[in-house]
Write a protein that binds this ligand. Structure first.
Ligand code: NAG
Ligand code: NAG
Ligand code: NAG
Ligand code: NAG
Ligand code: NAG
Ligand code: NAG
Ligand code: NAG
Length: 436
């Protein structure tokens, strides 16, 4: 029966991929590291090589982290004025980008680059608008494996899904024409609804303005209350606001096509340990790309323990590729208690409770709410719950808390989350879930 379920999952997966960008990449959300959140424009060959060396020494590849991504400000002041090709800053990258990519590849990692679908990048360097073909070809010749493609200075070529589609599809086609599989990570901040228009042209798309390293700090520079009709995505979006933004659009993501909640801030210092656990948990269950944004050469053990939680990473990388959805959301003092559920392969589910209030809360979750989509049999039969933030006796993340039936009382700290993997205990439930 397990084999049968597995093959059903694979069929579902390949059907979904056939409706994604046809480069065969990101069948599970991409994992890696990006320079921007910690280093901003202050980057060089050394910044990037040092991060790759830290990946190797901390064994981050064993957990699935793979891409080393160089964000904005790698460019020279101008393109090559005879060929129009992009040129790297000769001071920051004295050996050029091809040499850097070779070094990253020699360490068993993949290399990513950044540009903007505009006249300039957000940092004011030359952009790729109207230079898509030569830029894609140059990246491919350098050995680039990943493009983060921003939206600054787009010269007004936005405002309807079709206008945005054409501008971002242009680079999608140019990347495809190079013949090199290059993961295409769109960063248009949710403008014109990429979860509707980009599923066949990109592997992931940012859904909102840039993240801020804060749990829930108010900031008018992130002005939208929802991403669905957002006219000014802005930036300085607090982490908990991005969770709210992501909640209704999980339904649009799947293998090869992901909602990108932005790069992680874990380890950058603006949130507490519990808040970073919440951040990593929610990005994992919502199937966001997991792109580290801290200084990986200088991590505390606490930071390392969060980003190497194999049980959460396994949920993020589950082959089903099904983002968790919010089942209930109840206001409490200064925040809310919400219940999340998502399906995993082999009849398992991820279940989470998030407390965004600044106070301890006790709540009772009803299995009929948890398994609302699966119906009354699933909601009334027993499930074994494994707490993904506790280690079992063998030291592995995911300790059994026993059988849960009917309801579960949960004590939950401020700005905290509980995440469980739920496994059906009765054959009636297994059969019922499989038949759905
Ligand atoms: C380019 O697109 C074609 C058709 O969708 C696909 O078969 C091919 O694998 C793609 N190539 C790359 C390098 O992404
Ligand atoms: C990395 O993995 C190797 C081999 O499995 C092990 O010997 C080493 O202790 C690990 N290093 C860290 C920092 O976990
Ligand atoms: C072209 O670039 C070269 C080398 O950077 C420079 O010496 C030359 O002045 C530039 N020519 C023009 C027309 O800008
Ligand atoms: C991309 O834009 C260029 C102009 O920059 C144009 O020549 C080319 O036809 C466009 N390609 C696609 C696929 O739209
Ligand atoms: C390493 O991080 C600590 C804070 O966690 C900071 O005080 C120190 O300056 C950092 N060291 C380097 C070399 O960046
Ligand atoms: C971090 O963990 C390592 C290995 O578990 C240990 O040797 C080291 O002392 C710890 N560092 C700190 C600052 O606690
Ligand atoms: C939450 O409960 C814990 C453990 O009982 C306690 O240490 C902590 O101070 C409480 N936090 C708040 C904000 O009340």
């Amino acid at each position: 029966m397990a084999m049968l379920t597995w093959s059903i999952a694979l069929i579902v997966t390949s059907a979904a991929v056939a409706r994604a960008y046809n480069n065969g990449l990101a069948l599970t959300p991409q994992m890696g590291w990006n320079t921007w959140n910690h280093f901003g424009c202050d980057i060089s060959e050394d910044t990037i090589v040092s991060a790759a060396q830290a990946f190797v020494s901390y064994n981050l590849t064993q957990y699935g982290y793979e891409y080393i991504i160089m964000d904005d400000c790698w460019q020279a002041p101008a393109r090559d004025n005879s060929t129009g090709a992009p040129v790297a800053d000769p001071q920051k990258f004295p050996n050029g980008i091809k040499d850097l990519a070779d070094k990253i590849h020699d360490m068993g990692l993949k290399f990513g680059i950044y540009s903007s679908a505009g006249l300039y990048t957000c940092g004011g360097r030359f952009g790729s608008l109207d230079f898509e073909v030569i830029d894609a070809q140059t990246y491919a010749s350098w050995g680039v494996d990943y493009l983060k493609y921003d939206n600054c200075y787009n010269e007004g070529r936005a405002g309807t899904p079709q206008i945005s589609f054409e501008r971002f599809n242009n680079m999608s086609q140019a990347l495809n024409a190079t013949g090199r599989p290059i993961l295409y990570s769109m960063c248009n901040w949710g403008e014109d609804g990429p979860w509707n228009f980009a599923v066949t042209i990109a592997n992931s798309w940012r859904i909102s303005g840039d993240i801020m390293d804060s749990f829930d700090r108010f900031d008018d520079r992130c002005p939208c209350t929802s991403v669905l009709d957002c006219k000014l995505p802005g930036f300085h979006c607090a982490m908990a606001r991005i969770i709210d933004f992501a909640a209704p659009i999980g339904q649009k993501a799947g293998p090869g096509k992901w909602n990108d909640l932005d790069m992680l801030e874990v380890g950058n210092g603006g949130m507490t340990f519990d808040e970073y656990v919440t951040h990593f948990s929610m990005w994992s269950i919502l199937k966001s790309p997991l792109i580290l944004g801290n200084d990986v050469t200088n991590m505390t053990n606490e930071t390392l323990s969060i980003i190497t939680n194999e049980a959460l990473i396994a949920v993020n990388q589950d082959p089903n590729g099904s983002p968790a959805s919010r089942q209930t959301n109840t206001a409490v003092d200064g925040g809310s208690i919400s219940l999340w559920q998502g399906s995993l392969v082999n009849d398992a589910f991820v279940v989470a409770v998030l407390n965004t209030s600044p106070n301890n809360q006790t709540t009772t979750i009803q299995m009929s709410d948890v398994f609302f989509d699966q119906g009354s049999v699933a909601g009334s039969e027993p499930w074994e719950f494994f707490d993904l933030w506790q280690k079992d006796d063998a030291g592995t993340w995911g300790k059994s808390i026993g059988t849960v039936q009917g309801s579960l009382e949960v004590d939950i700290g401020p700005h905290s989350v509980k995440v469980w993997r739920a496994i059906p205990q009765s054959s009636a439930t297994k059969r019922f879930v499989e038949e759905l």
